[in-house]
Design a protein around this ligand. Structure first.
Ligand code: SF4
Ligand code: MG
Length: 328
């Protein structure tokens, strides 16, 4: 079985209050998400802020507990409590997130920090760990003599390379990267994305790559899931998402991404308010911004349905418009 990660119907709700005297309301940050990821494959998760993509990443890693639903890793259900079994599974997955400065300790050299997970898990002798740290520095495109540097002596891109080296030190099977290049200069972003892709391919790591930017996930993802207000609204192979986006939201996102070698598509500008999980519209949550919305969309929430062997969409229009031969 090549499925490494499976999430079924994940829901995460929070209680929020606008102020001390206002009534509490329930916010559904994640509203029924199912995912599966094969070994050594990459799933891109794309959505605006407030779409629930970071929460999904944290649920998958067991850093937060779902309100409902379950996560299985390599066939074992993630325990809800932080038991020895939980720690054993957690050791096989790592998180890389946006801010490398926050992830690193400014008082320790980068060599020490890259070696720390090896030390914690008592991997190898002191000498072997040193060699491993040098190999990791090289693997992420840094030099051996940079081991003695401190985080503030490096550029943002180099710091993110350090975070990545630390994340792969214990050979994880799954890497969750949450906006790993969003804080970096645009000129550096592609280098770090390419590094992640190379490491992922060489080492057979499965990856969830979360970004608000569809063009960042394009080249690294085998499959892409597009999220809107806590739900997946479209999921397909990366090629198909760009070639034939079917959900009006995905169409708008794709229209803003230039594809090399193809004429620029008519740009679809999204109207209306950005999504707010505390004020979820009725029916299809995208309807206030949708060019095609109708009365049904305002009243009835579309399910994510397969319209092809490996392309799923949550939109009333797509489901009813699909030629009969394509329906499942
Ligand atoms: Fe637009 Fe309706 Fe489809 Fe939602 S269900 S994306 S509002 S057409
Ligand atoms: Mg986020």
């Amino acid at each position: 079985n090549s499925t490494l990660l499976a999430a079924e119907n994940l829901v995460k709700t929070y209680t929020s209050r606008r102020g001390p005297f206002s009534p509490a309301s329930t916010v559904r940050a994640v509203d029924g998400i199912s995912l599966s990821l094969a070994r050594a494959k990459t799933l891109g998760i794309v959505g605006e802020s407030g779409s629930g993509k970071s929460t999904t990443g944290r649920l998958v890693l067991g850093l937060e507990q779902p309100t409902a639903g379950k996560v299985s890793f390599d066939g074992t259900r993630m325990p809800r409590e932080k038991t020895a079994e939980w720690r054993g599974l957690r050791a096989r997955m790592q998180l890389v997130y946006q801010d490398p400065l926050a992830a690193l300790d400014r008082r320790l050299t980068i060599g020490v920090q890259i070696g720390e997970p090896l030390e914690i898990h008592a991997i190898g002798t002191g000498e072997e760990r040193k060699e491993r740290v040098i190999a990791l520095l090289k693997a992420v495109g840094l030099r051996a003599d940079q081991a003695d540097r401190y985080p503030h002596e490096l550029s943002g891109g180099q710091r993110q390379r350090v975070v990545i080296a630390r994340a792969i030190a214990c050979e994880p099977e799954l890497l969750v990267c949450d906006e790993p290049v969003s804080a970096l200069d645009v000129s550096i972003q592609a280098q770090v994305v390419n590094l992640l892709r190379d490491l992922q391919e060489e080492r057979g790591i499965a990856m969830i790559f979360i970004s608000h930017d569809l063009k960042v996930v394009r080249n690294i993802s085998d499959r892409v899931a597009v999220m809107y207000l806590g739900r997946i609204v479209e999921e397909a192979s990366s090629d198909e998402i760009f070639r034939e986006p079917l959900h009006p939201y995905t169409q708008a996102l794709v229209s803003s991404v230039p594809v090399p070698g193809t004429p620029l598509k008519q740009r679809i500008i999204l109207q209306g308010e950005p999504p707010n999980p505390a004020a979820r519209p009725t029916g299809c949550a995208f309807h206030p911004r949708c060019r095609h919305g109708n009365a049904r969309c305002r009243g009835e929430t579309p399910e994510l349905l397969p319209i092809d062997r490996d392309h799923s969409v949550a939109c009333h229009l797509v489901a009813s418009d699909a030629p009969a031969g394509r329906m499942m």
